[in-house]
Design a protein around this ligand. Structure first.
Ligand SMILES: CC(=O)N[C@H]1[C@@H](OP(=O)(O)OP(=O)(O)OC[C@H]2O[C@@H](n3ccc(=O)[nH]c3=O)[C@H](O)[C@@H]2O)O[C@H](CO)[C@@H](O)[C@@H]1O[C@H](C)C(=O)N[C@@H](C)C(=O)N[C@H](CCC(=O)O)C(=O)O
Ligand SMILES: Nc1ncnc2c1ncn2[C@@H]1O[C@H](COP(=O)(O)OP(=O)(O)OP(=O)(O)O)[C@@H](O)[C@H]1O
Ligand SMILES: N[C@H](CCC[C@H](N)C(=O)O)C(=O)O
Ligand SMILES: [Mg+2]
Length: 484
């Protein structure tokens, strides 16, 4: 593609060469450059892309996109400057793939918790009415039934646009994607045209990155400034702010406040949730296979999105009832001895509180919580989660999540500080496998073991290695012959 065409709509300054150069691909990682590519230099948190210009040139880059003047670049190489290369990367990636999201319907889901769950609820409904869906999120990316592994919740703009174009080529009509606050702040989704945006909730997480809840809220709100329609949980304290920021039509949902979609007559059992949704003066019965008040919110968010996508209420209700639940979200494993384990992805204070409260409602005996916190992530949530564990569980086993580059024992101590304050009985076991085995040893008939934090994950990340690790597999093994 002609460089000038690639840069259409982006304010830029020519430092040397010509924008009439032919470009094969835009690339933002020097290690991936091939002859004829445009190397986009990103000033990162860990390193600076400009440092890798020699490597990019050695690999045959035809042009460079920089944020400041650079020296010693051969005359035959075109050098162009923009003010913000992450922003430029998003815009030029959309140009490169010819704006695929203008040709498909895109629903974005943002909020601290519930994004993955809502994307799968919406998918169930849309597949039921015969639409081919694409899903982009934490667990995997999906085109129809084809699964594409992913490393992050929301990919970088270049990969995101490529995926959208692949989805368009494979006749996807509707994409449902999770939009992380990082991706909004780092411009990964700048080139996406959203038809519908859903807000789930805003509670503490990612303060390592955003520093304050205000910044975190502002990052989330960016999605609503650019979507044609918004579906917003107005029971949440940040709901009104998201409504204010919405550029398009707004549909609100709530359990407590008055809203366009309101849940009433909620009934929660260990197997799932039933409630009535009131919409335009009519009442409809909703059934979901996940328990908990938080599931009602996820159901309402999904109903709102599907209404905005033009699906009839009858089909929405049938689609939701068909959804079996999402892997690693309140996933239960039972033993013949009458005790039950729940594997859940709760990795924030609010998520942990919600699942513990829900699990407690069905616990006839003791509630044993096995949990920890990830390394290289918001440290301030550790004692809070430790405290929440102690408040709701009868016994806590504090263990490792993904330590990443941190000392696992130190993370455990930071979680423990919160648990200690509550007076709840607890122990620490740094080895997650042993922690799960220990919980199973302690559990008796009527007890519930909540294993939180890793949900669907099939790995555990240590400073020096990543190993295979799957909570569901571990608890099944620990139950052994008693596993149902
Ligand atoms: C905090 C964050 O989001 N960081 C992202 C950011 O990294 P960075 O700015 O630190 O990049 P860097 O390592 O300094 O590199 C700067 C530039 O030099 C380039 N480089 C580097 C080395 C080299 O040899 N050659 C080269 O060209 C890099 O490709 C990059 O363009 O830009 C990178 C390129 O897109 C991302 O990979 C990286 O995500 C990291 C891996 C990450 O862990 N992100 C997490 C926190 C994240 O995004 N999580 C969210 C939300 C999770 C949720 O709640 O669901 C998600 O959407 O997944
Ligand atoms: N609406 C909700 N409110 C509060 N907690 C929730 C809600 N929905 C799910 N949870 C809790 O949060 C966990 C993660 O849910 P889910 O994966 O749907 O969230 P997410 O927003 O995609 O998370 P991530 O930021 O990691 O992508 C669940 O396992 C559950 O414990
Ligand atoms: N998307 C979230 C997931 C956290 C999951 C938890 N298992 C951890 O590793 O902290 C994050 O990257 O912060
Ligand atoms: Mg998710």
């Amino acid at each position: 593609m002609l460089l000038q065409k690639l840069l259409e709509g982006i304010p830029y300054k020519m430092l040397q060469g010509t924008d009439q150069a032919e470009i094969k691909m835009p690339v933002y990682d020097s290690r991936k450059v091939q002859p004829g590519d445009l190397f986009v230099c990103i000033t990162g948190f860990q390193t600076d892309g400009h440092r890798y210009i020699p490597m990019a040139l050695e690999k045959g880059a035809a042009a460079l996109l920089v944020e400041h003047a650079v020296e010693d670049v051969p005359e035959n190489i075109t050098v162009i400057q923009t003010e913000n290369n992450r922003q430029a990367l998003a815009a030029l990636s959309a140009n490169f793939y010819d704006h695929p999201t203008e040709k498909i319907r895109v629903t974005g889901v943002t909020g601290t918790n519930g994004k993955t769950t809502i994307t799968y609820l919406v998918r169930s409904v849309l597949e039921r009415v015969g639409r081919k869906t694409g899903v982009i999120g934490t667990i995997e990316n999906r085109i129809g039934d084809k699964v594409i592994p992913t490393e992050r919740t929301t990919p970088e703009s270049l990969e995101l646009q490529a995926l959208m174009e692949q989805m368009r080529q494979e006749d996807v009509t509707d994409v449902i994607m999770e939009v992380s606050s990082h991706s909004l702040d780092l411009h990964r989704v700048d080139g996406i045209a959203y038809d519908v945006a859903v807000f789930t909730n805003l509670t503490q997480d990612h303060l390592d990155y955003h520093k304050t809840m205000e910044n975190y809220k502002i990052a989330k709100s960016m999605l609503f400034e650019r979507s044609k329609k918004s579906v917003i949980n107005i029971d949440d304290a940040a709901g009104d702010f998201m409504v204010e920021k919405s550029a398009g039509e707004v549909l609100t949902y709530a359990i407590d406040k008055a809203a366009d979609l309101k849940a009433e007559d909620i009934s929660i059992t260990a197997e799932g949730t039933a409630f009535t949704v009131v919409y335009e003066g009519k009442r409809y019965g909703v059934k979901l296979h996940t328990p908990g008040r938080f599931s009602v919110y996820n159901g309402l968010g999904a109903i709102g999105a599907c209404l905005c996508l033009g699906v009839e209420m009858e089909d929405i209700l049938a689609g939701l009832a068909e959804n079996p639940g999402v892997a690693g979200r309140f996933q239960t494993v039972r033993s013949k001895k009458g005790c039950q384990a729940v594997v859940d992805y709760a990795h924030t204070p609010d998520g942990l509180e919600n699942v513990l409260k829900t699990a407690k409602e069905f616990t006839k005996g003791k509630l044993i919580a096995v949990f920890g916190c990830g390394g290289d992530r918001d440290k301030t949530k550790r004692p809070i989660m430790g405290r929440i564990g102690g408040q709701y569980a009868d016994y806590c086993i504090i263990t490792s999540d993904n330590p990443r580059t941190e000392d696992p024992e130190q993370i455990l101590r930071e979680v423990e500080a919160g648990t200690k304050e509550t007076g709840c009985a607890y122990e620490k076991q740094v080895d997650r496998r042993k922690a799960i085995v220990r919980a199973v040893e302690l559990a008796q008939a009527g007890d519930v073991i909540l294993i939180a934090g890793k949900g669907h994950e099939t790995y555990q990340i240590f400073p020096d290695k990543t190993i295979h690790f799957d909570d569901v597999e571990e608890v099944r093994n620990a139950f052994g012959d008693d596993c149902l």
